[in-house]
Design a protein around this ligand. Structure first.
Ligand SMILES: [Fe+2]
Ligand SMILES: [Fe+2]
Length: 246
């Protein structure tokens, strides 16, 4: 039994949006996902997909993408990404009922992996606009956009706390925390998300959303304050699921 994670599949069986223009790593990326997930993930394993599953604008336009995910081996747990238009938070229970036994939608709830609780939410990070000097150093940013981002961070933190709270109330003491957005942005060393992870003693924080060489280093990777941070964006991993726990 093993726990794997992979993010940002960006499927579009129906929405018909090619990812090829984002670089060679995205060429035939669906075939790579199929090949590597089938090779690495066993039926008894758990695979957490950390958001940006589909380009579809609503559930009807995502059905083939979700069916593709459902056919992958193992137990599939899905997190919301910023592009997942089919998944309003208020519809999570409905999605879980509809895909019962096939997919689990992680939002304001948690999933058990042995004695470890898998908790999470989409998260949020301020991504600019930033103002740069001629050398490319950040010398300022849009204050209104940052104020708006702080509200979204607070809302996502409340959702994350709810996930932790339910898991702790059920008796879990070990946690792996999942986010779609990186836990910190390029201005931050720590954030409300890293503080929550530390407060609950999460063993690992797993996130994705960062695409392309220039963005892979935007947040924490590796050990920080006793927690292991893993970036699992599909293009970062060449679409090979990352082992989170054995
Ligand atoms: Fe993405
Ligand atoms: Fe994203």
């Amino acid at each position: 039994m093993a726990l794997y994670a992979l993010g940002d599949l960006h499927l579009s069986f129906q929405a018909d949006k090619s990812m090829d223009r984002f670089g060679s790593v995205w060429k035939h990326h669906v075939r790579k996902i199929e090949k590597y997930v089938n090779k690495i993930v066993q039926p008894e394993d758990t695979l957490v997909l950390t958001g940006d599953h589909s380009w579809g604008r609503d559930l009807a336009e995502c059905e083939e993408d979700l069916a593709f995910i459902a056919r992958l081996p193992g137990r599939k747990i899905l997190l919301r990404g910023n592009h997942d238009m089919f998944w309003a938070v208020s519809k999570t229970a409905r999605l879980n009922a509809r895909y019962e036994g096939q997919l689990f939608f992680l939002q304001n709830n948690f999933a058990a992996y042995g004695d470890v609780a898998l908790v999470g939410t989409k998260g949020y990070t301020f991504e600019g606009p930033f103002y740069l000097d001629v050398w490319g150093n950040i010398i300022g940013w849009d204050q209104d956009a940052q104020a708006q981002a702080e509200k979204l961070v607070a809302r996502e933190c409340a959702r994350l706390e709810e996930s932790f709270r339910q898991a702790a109330a059920a008796g879990y003491q070990r946690f792996v925390m999942f986010l779609h957005y990186p836990p910190t942005n390029i201005l931050e060393e720590t954030s409300p998300f890293t503080e929550i992870a530390e407060r609950y003693g999460a063993e690992k924080v797993v996130y994705s959303h960062c695409h392309g060489l220039k963005r892979f280093g935007d947040s924490i990777r590796g050990p920080f304050h006793g927690i292991d941070y893993l970036l699992v964006s599909g293009d970062y991993l060449n679409f090979k699921p990352a082992l989170v726990l054995p």
